[in-house]
Design a protein around this ligand. Structure first.
Ligand code: HEM
Length: 417
């Protein structure tokens, strides 16, 4: 059920939609009708929400432009301290990383991390990822049923990113519990205040844990990414202690959360489009293209991370005042019929691209090769080893992250095979 949209605002007017009207229960199950109405009626739509107001940009061409528009700043930690509005006052500073920085700071952080995150380090992970996939499937196959989120989609990228960073195996369950509190925030019966307090508490714990881990790697370096980040430098020098912690947090969180939600969304999309999964099974060489189409079709990050208008700007004739938070709705842009023919149809052989699921511009996903490799090996093995794979509950009854969550994903994915 698409949320009702107030009458279209005139040029330059900013009649806001209350967030509660947008993020209805129906939105969690299927946000695409709402995205279609946004694109058609309010392509630049001011949204009023209890936490912070924002402007949503939903058409493909506008989205692409906005993601490279230097007037849309990502510097949330500058003198105007936009992070206070967005993350709240007690967010432990973990988000003060490259994703929330502008050049030149962004350029420096990204350059140093890219060095350590070299393609050979990713390619070298291939056998390890394949083994992780097989280990997880070995446990699932004899059972005939599973929760694909808890048993596969979440632990796979978690194992991979922990291996890459060098997080000791004994610590991983604890780290996973913490990151899941952040991912599933808003889905429990707790009040919003209790939820916020719980997220703040795990952020503090994570901050403390990662700071100690960085210290331990400094004293005893190993062949892992954290040790490489400690050593990495450019002409401006090495990463500071704080930068090491916030970068590790970004890689840890971005490195498993999005991939986990993507794997879950991709499996649901394939299982609800039997002709597409049959085609893929008949010709596994179609998988790389299918992965891109699945990301376009139902990506795990519906809205890119917040941008701030650094001056008064105008998109589609709507004035966005300086200081406004701007959300680029990637999943709306990826279904724009002005760019993709029959956008609501899943077509694993679709040629038109690129989709915006990995973003665009200077913040384009740094982990794209790793994400693609995990999806290739993970989905490939699922199709091969679970030939009778099917949903154990109707797709409409799947439990999802709450409608206002920044992520699009499932709480559980019960399957049989
Ligand atoms: C940035 C999506 C997996 C690390 C981004 C952005 C998107 C994205 C849309 C840009 C956000 C923005 O501009 O606001 C995804 C998707 C993934 C995925 C859909 C999986 C299917 C990964 C993995 C890693 C990773 C596996 C690695 C460890 C990063 C980092 C950034 C980023 C570090 C920030 C880059 C910057 O600010 O320059 N990702 N990501 N991502 N991603 Fe990914």
């Amino acid at each position: 059920q698409a949320a009702p949209m107030p009458a279209q605002a005139g040029p330059g007017e900013t009649e806001a939609v209350p967030a509660a009207e947008l993020y209805t229960d129906g939105f969690a199950a299927d946000p695409y009708p709402t995205f279609a109405r946004l694109r058609d009626e309010r392509p630049v739509c001011p949204v009023r929400s209890p936490r912070f107001d924002s402007y949503l940009i939903s058409r493909y061409e506008d989205a692409k432009l906005a993601l490279t528009d230097p007037r849309l700043s990502k510097d949330l930690y500058g003198p105007e301290r936009h992070y206070l509005r967005i993350f709240g006052p007690n967010s432990a500073g973990l988000n003060k990383n490259m994703l929330n920085a502008d050049p030149p700071e962004h350029t420096r952080l990204r350059r140093i991390v890219s060095q350590a995150f070299a393609p050979r380090r990713i390619e070298a992970l291939r056998p390890r990822i394949a083994r992780a996939v097989d280990d997880l499937l070995d446990k699932i196959v004899p059972r005939g049923e599973a929760d694909l989120m808890a048993d596969f989609a979440i632990p796979l990228p978690m194992t991979v990113i922990c291996d890459l960073l060098g997080i000791p195996p004994a610590d991983r369950d604890g780290v996973l519990d913490w990151t899941q509190v952040i991912r599933t925030s808003g889905s429990s019966r707790r009040s919003p205040e209790e939820e916020r307090a719980a997220v703040q508490e795990v952020q503090l714990r994570l901050h403390h844990y990662l700071a100690e881990l960085v210290q331990a790697k400094r004293e005893q370096p190993a062949d892992d990414l954290i040790s490489a980040l400690i050593e990495a430098c450019d002409q401006s020098g090495r990463l500071s202690e704080r930068e090491l912690v916030t970068t590790t947090f970004l890689l840890l969180f971005a490195g498993h959360q999005t991939t986990a939600d993507f794997l879950g969304n991709a499996v649901v999309a394939l299982l609800t489009h039997p002709e597409q999964i049959d085609r893929l099974r008949a010709d596994p060489a179609l998988l790389p293209g299918a992965i891109e189409e699945l990301l376009r079709f139902d990506g795990p990050l519906p809205v890119a991370s917040p941008r701030i208008a650094a001056e008064d700007i105008e998109y589609q004739g709507v004035r966005i005042p300086r200081g406004s938070v701007v959300g680029v709705v990637l999943n709306a842009a990826n279904h724009d019929p002005g760019y993709f023919a029959e956008p609501d149809r899943l077509d694993i052989c679709r040629e038109r691209g690129p989709h915006l699921g990995f973003g665009h511009g200077i913040h384009y996903c740094l982990g794209v090769s790793l994400a693609r490799l995990e999806a290739l090996l993970g989905l490939g093995a699922l199709l091969r080893r679970l030939p009778g794979l099917r949903l154990a509950v109707p797709a409409a009854e799947l439990r999802r992250l709450p409608p206002a969550s920044p992520f699009r994903g499932l709480l559980e994915l019960p399957i049989r095979f």
